[in-house]
Ligand binder design. Sequence first.
Ligand SMILES: C[S@@+](CC[C@H](N)C(=O)[O-])C[C@H]1O[C@@H](n2cnc3c(N)ncnc32)[C@H](O)[C@@H]1O
Ligand code: SF4
Ligand code: SF4
Length: 368
Amino acid sequence: MHVQAVSDWRDRAKIAGFVARLAVKEHVRPDLHVGPMVAELFLTDNCNLKCTSCACWRTVTRDELTTSEWEDVLSQLAPAGVVKANFTGGEPLLRKDAAHLMAYAHSHGVRRLHLNTNAILLNDDRRTAVLEAGVRSFNISVDGPTAQTHEAVRGVARSFDRTMAHLQELLALRRRYRLRVRLNFTVMRTTVATLPDMMRFAQQTGVPLYLNLATDHTFLFRDEQVSAEAQVDRSAIDAALDQVEALLRADAHGLPSYTELNYIRRHFGELRQENLPCAESQLKLMIHSRGEIGGCWGHDGHDNIRTTSVKDVIASPAYRREHEKFFRKECVGCGSNYSLNLSLRPRTHLENTLWRAGRRSLAAEPQP
Ligand SMILES: C[S@@+](CC[C@H](N)C(=O)[O-])C[C@H]1O[C@@H](n2cnc3c(N)ncnc32)[C@H](O)[C@@H]1O
Ligand code: SF4
Ligand code: SF4
């Protein structure tokens, strides 16, 4: 059997084991430790755009991990049980060694590589380098279907044309490399009204749409302007979802599901959603640009990779105690990867089936 096929099969088995352990943790043994499988790597906190929803660009972060320090971290991931690396930031492609680090992770046993990027720097050379490094999954951030709407959030003139041009060039290679490409759109005060147009845009572009829901609780997003963006009126959400209902009924291909869209209403009303366990906090190992490790999206880690190994962090009683609480949503709440959390609930699949049968509607949700 081909080496890649064997590692795919092994990864799938590990993912199935992860899901099974989460079920045991929820229903039988709350203290069961479920080790992280995906490393979220913040290569840099610095950025080349100026998004209203984000704090990265507002200060310059110095003393970030060097190339050799990142290599050291990356070589520890697979032995610690990590099967996938998400490269993010800040803008990860700002680092000249980004593609080298991706290739390094791949050659040290982490075969699944994902990149979150604004695609401004994803030119021919960079695209070739990250593909050669083994990256096969991309989230490209687009915060509006037109230059005007996108740049109102992203804060830099002509950024829309640049991102779209690089996205199209990537899409041209989608088949050849079997790429998974998604558009990332963040729902916030400035963008909520454009959600229906953004869905049409995603379908016309032929790229599945993922919705981030704005929050100011995540370490990258703690800022006054972000707090304003994270306040979205119920009436604005209702107006958008009324239009979305018809759109989804006409053609749901590549669009978020009924339950994901319905979650938007709940997110902006009650960020924590304590009845929905946080699988995301168990799945991800957060490693920050200056070496901080641990925590989750809403809670900072307490160790540093410069002084403690990946294995020791995950094995520490403090990490395990804290992650036990995160799973139960004893946390500040943030809504990160709500779609994963939803997908693990049988009720989600029932609700989507009822929606398909016409027994649920986004437009007809009762007011609280
Ligand atoms: C922080 S960026 C890092 C990667 C890259 N710079 C980019 O923009 O894609 C990751 C994602 O977070 C989203 N985001 C920005 N501000 C946010 C906020 N306040 N709440 C939730 N997601 C947000 C971005 O739109 C982007 O899709
Ligand atoms: S969302 Fe991404 S592109 Fe925008 S400022 Fe933050 S890190 Fe930069
Ligand atoms: S929902 Fe809570 S536990 Fe999950 S990532 Fe956000 S802050 Fe952490």
